[in-house]
Structures are given as structure tokens and as C-alpha cells.
Ligand binder design. Structure first.
Ligand SMILES: [Zn+2]
Ligand SMILES: [Zn+2]
Length: 442
């Protein structure tokens, strides 16, 4: 049970005199004039960074913000436009082609050396072929793990996902994963591009049944929104570059290896790796920039599809819930600390009732007052915050959802269906809670 929060004595805004929110658990700020709206971030936003590289970084950040705002203006002006093949996307596709070509030439050249060369050439061929194998485009594999739920485990959840997919004319997913995180994702793996839906329980639990349908609508929207970044050509090039970047990362001297010879060898290896590592990093950044516009446009379209299937009201409130990430993390941290010290009165350490965490989470999030939710959205707007680097800022997604006007839900779930899905998630709910307590992240 969440005990009622202590109320702050009636205070008024030192700037405009309007009354301030009274819940002492949260920041005192003024919804009328934004006084103290972002106590942790306002200084950072206004500070002029020192140093040339910091200023360059700041200029890049501002240019990025301008590009994001320009895209928002374009997308809101033309609701029916789909992500197109602009010059940036064509350049990204050409860059991806160059990445694939390097791998192909390396594999072909090495094979040629292996077949036609002398002993020394064959040794180079074998090494080159091994390298090409290591750098091959990776398409991912359909891997079941402890978070997977197949159709037999969760028929009602799969049926709900199928209904959302069918409403959007998206193919059904092959695998549903339910993890502890505060997020959700949709991906395609393997040559057959089979769909994998991942639902983060921390997010799912704080959403209403209709908001969950909107969330599924957004995720399945990724299957039909024409996002070129998720296509085989671009995605596999990014994965390959990522692999280059990670495998060429300079290694650190392990503890206990401080001899000069080892350090010289490490220095030479580091120098050899520096060029491909830097190049891979630059190419990754370039690809990211070239696909920013089309990728974010596709995300807005996925939100439109979410509204079509789950209603615009549910999509909007689902998006508003995304800014509560910090509150979820704070609750996890608190509950994990309580567990560690064994001070929990209801749930001593090691108790079987781990899934009580999700009830605590739901109650806590429900107790966050509207003024604090509004503050989080304003802070998100000030910081241009988004769920990750691929999504547009959350406040712009909310604004676009409002601008599109009200839309009724194409799909709903009745109480029996919602309860059946809840029951199917029960085993994973306990496992996910144990993961939260034992991960050490909180
Ligand atoms: Zn004020
Ligand atoms: Zn998305």
C-alpha cells in the first residue's frame, strides 16, 4: 500500500504568486510560469560550454534539434506523407552498399588467394577469410530465452498481438518476449525476417488495457511504416559496422600485466586498430545522421498507426507515461534497497511474493499527481528527451498526436481478455521482479 504523501504547506510561486503543487515527494514548481520546472537541468541547458570541441559539440546538438523541429513541422503539415527516399537516405543506402562491398571483396579475394595462391598467399587467404566471416552481416537469430513466451505458454497474449497486427496488416510475430524493462520493441531476425515483439513489464504494468493496445499498435507499426533503417540492407550494414567498431576497440592492459614487452605489443595493436575503429565510429555516426529524418518520420507514422488501432486518447496517455521512466527507476531502487536490508515488513528477503513489486509499481505510478506528470513533460520538452536515439522527442510525439485530432479505437480488450493475459504473464512477472532485485542495477 502506498501511504498518502505528506502535503506541503500552501506555498505560492516566488515569481508569479500562483499556488504551487503540495505533494512533498516531488519538486516544488510553478505550472503557471514554469518557475523551478527543471532544477537539475536548467543550468546545464543555459551554460555556454568551454573549449573548442565542446562548442562544436554544442553547435552539432543545436543543429540536430533544428533538424528534428523541421521534420516535426513537415510531418504535422502533411499527415498522409510516408517516409520517402530523399537524398540522405540514398546516400545512406550507398554507404551501406560500400560496407557490404568491403566484406564481399574481402571474402572473394581471400577465397581467390586460398584457391590459387602459394603457401604464404594461402595463409593470408585463410586469415582474410576468417576476418570476412567475423565481419559478415549479421541478421540475428530467433533465440528463445528465459523471457520468451511461445503461443502455447501465452495463447491470449499472442492472440491480442495477432489482432493488433491484423488491424495494421502487419505479419504476426513469431516470438513474444516479456522482460523487466521500461520499454517495448519490435524487431525482425534472420533471412526470413521473422518478427520478435519485446514487451517491457515495467512499462506494460503501468499502462491501462487500452494504452497497451496503443503500445502494441506502435510496435507493430514498425512492421509497416516503411522505416528503411530496419530494412535488411541498412540494418545489416549498421550491425556489421557496430561489429567492426567493437572488435577494433583498443584493449586495456589486464591487471598484473605491466611488463614492458606486453605494453609495447599492446601499443602496436592499439595503433593498428585505431584507424578501423575510428573509421567505423565515423561511419556509424554518419549513417545515423543520414537516416535520422526518415527514421523519425517512420516513428511518427507508427504513433499514427497506434492511434488508429488503440485510439488517439490512449496513444497520447501511453506516450505521456513514457516520461515517468525516472519514477519507475526510483521505485525499483527503493524496493531493491528494502530487499537488501531486509527491512520490508511485508516481503522479507527471499520471499516468494516477488511479483508484489508490480503492484507497488502500479500504485506508486498511479499516485504521481497530474502536476508532476505535466512537469516531466515540460522537462522532456526542454531537454528534447526521447525514449532512445531513434525516436523523436516524446513531447513532439505527444503534440503530433494531439494535432491529428481525436480518433476512435479500432480494437479494444474486454475485462476477461485482459485478466487472461495477466494470468499468462504471472510466471514471468515473478521472474522479472527477481531480476530487478538481483541485477545490481537498482
Ligand atoms: Zn509562477
Ligand atoms: Zn518506435
Amino acid at each position: 500500500m502506498i501511504t498518502p504523501p505528506p502535503a506541503r504547506a500552501d506555498l505560492s510561486c516566488p515569481s508569479c504568486g500562483a499556488p504551487l503543487p503540495t505533494d512533498t515527494r516531488f519538486v516544488a514548481w510553478c505550472p503557471s510560469c514554469d518557475w523551478n520546472v527543471d532544477p537539475g537541468g536548467s543550468a546545464a541547458v543555459q551554460d555556454v560550454p568551454a573549449g573548442r570541441s565542446a562548442r562544436r559539440e554544442e553547435a552539432r546538438r543545436r543543429a540536430g534539434h533544428l533538424a528534428v523541429e523541421r521534420l516535426y513541422a513537415d510531418v504535422s503539415a502533411e499527415p498522409d506523407r510516408r517516409p520517402g527516399r530523399d537524398r540522405a537516405l540514398l546516400s545512406a543506402s550507398a554507404l551501406a552498399g560500400a560496407v557490404h562491398l568491403v566484406t564481399a571483396v574481402l571474402a572473394g579475394g581471400s577465397l581467390w588467394l586460398l584457391v590459387t595462391g602459394n603457401t604464404v598467399a594461402r595463409a593470408f587467404g585463410a586469415a582474410g577469410f576468417f576476418l570476412a566471416f567475423m565481419l559478415r552481416p549479421r541478421l540475428g537469430r530467433l533465440r528463445r530465452d528465459e523471457w520468451s513466451l511461445n503461443r502455447a505458454d501465452a495463447p491470449r497474449l499472442h492472440a491480442l498481438a495477432d489482432r493488433v497486427a491484423a488491424a495494421l496488416q502487419a505479419p504476426p510475430v513469431h516470438l513474444v518476449r516479456v522482460t523487466p524493462e521500461f520499454n517495448a520493441s519490435y524487431g525482425r531476425v534472420g533471412l526470413r525476417r521473422r518478427g520478435v515483439l519485446t514487451i517491457g513489464l515495467a512499462l506494460w504494468e503501468v499502462l491501462t488495457p487500452q494504452e497497451r493496445i496503443a503500445l502494441l499498435g506502435h510496435e507493430f507499426g514498425h512492421a509497416v511504416n516503411g522505416d528503411a533503417r530496419r530494412g535488411l540492407w541498412l540494418h545489416s550494414a549498421v550491425v556489421t559496422l557496430d561489429h567492426w567498431y567493437e572488435t577494433t576497440r583498443p584493449v586495456r592492459t589486464p591487471a598484473g600485466r605491466s611488463d614492458a614487452l606486453f605494453q609495447v605489443a599492446e601499443g602496436i595493436a592499439g595503433l593498428l586498430m585505431l584507424v578501423p575503429h575510428t573509421l567505423a565510429g565515423l561511419l556509424l555516426r554518419l549513417l545515423d545522421r543520414l537516416t535520422l529524418r526518415t527514421g523519425q518520420h517512420a516513428e511518427y507514422l507508427a504513433d499514427d498507426l497506434a492511434a488508429r488501432v488503440g485510439s488517439s486518447a490512449a496513444t497520447r496517455s501511453m506516450l505521456e507515461a513514457l516520461v515517468l521512466h525516472d519514477s519507475v527507476e526510483a521505485l525499483f531502487r527503493r524496493q531493491a534497497a528494502v530487499r537488501r536490508t531486509g527491512a520490508a515488513s511485508r516481503t522479507p528477503p527471499g520471499a516468494a511474493d516477488d511479483s508484489g513489486l508490480w503492484d507497488e509499481l502500479r500504485q506508486y505510478i498511479a499516485s504521481v499527481p497530474g502536476t508532476e506528470r505535466a512537469r516531466r513533460i515540460r522537462v522532456s520538452a526542454l531537454r528534447m528527451g526521447s525514449v532512445d536515439s531513434t525516436h523523436p522527442p516524446t513531447h513532439l510525439r505527444i503534440r503530433l498526436c494531439e494535432a491529428r485530432g481525436p480518433r476512435e479505437a479500432a480494437l479494444t480488450a474486454d475485462a476477461a481478455e485482459t485478466a487472461a493475459v495477466e494470468a499468462e504473464l504471472a510466471p514471468l512477472r515473478a521472474r522479472a521482479a527477481r531480476a530487478v532485485f538481483s541485477s545490481g542495477r537498482w
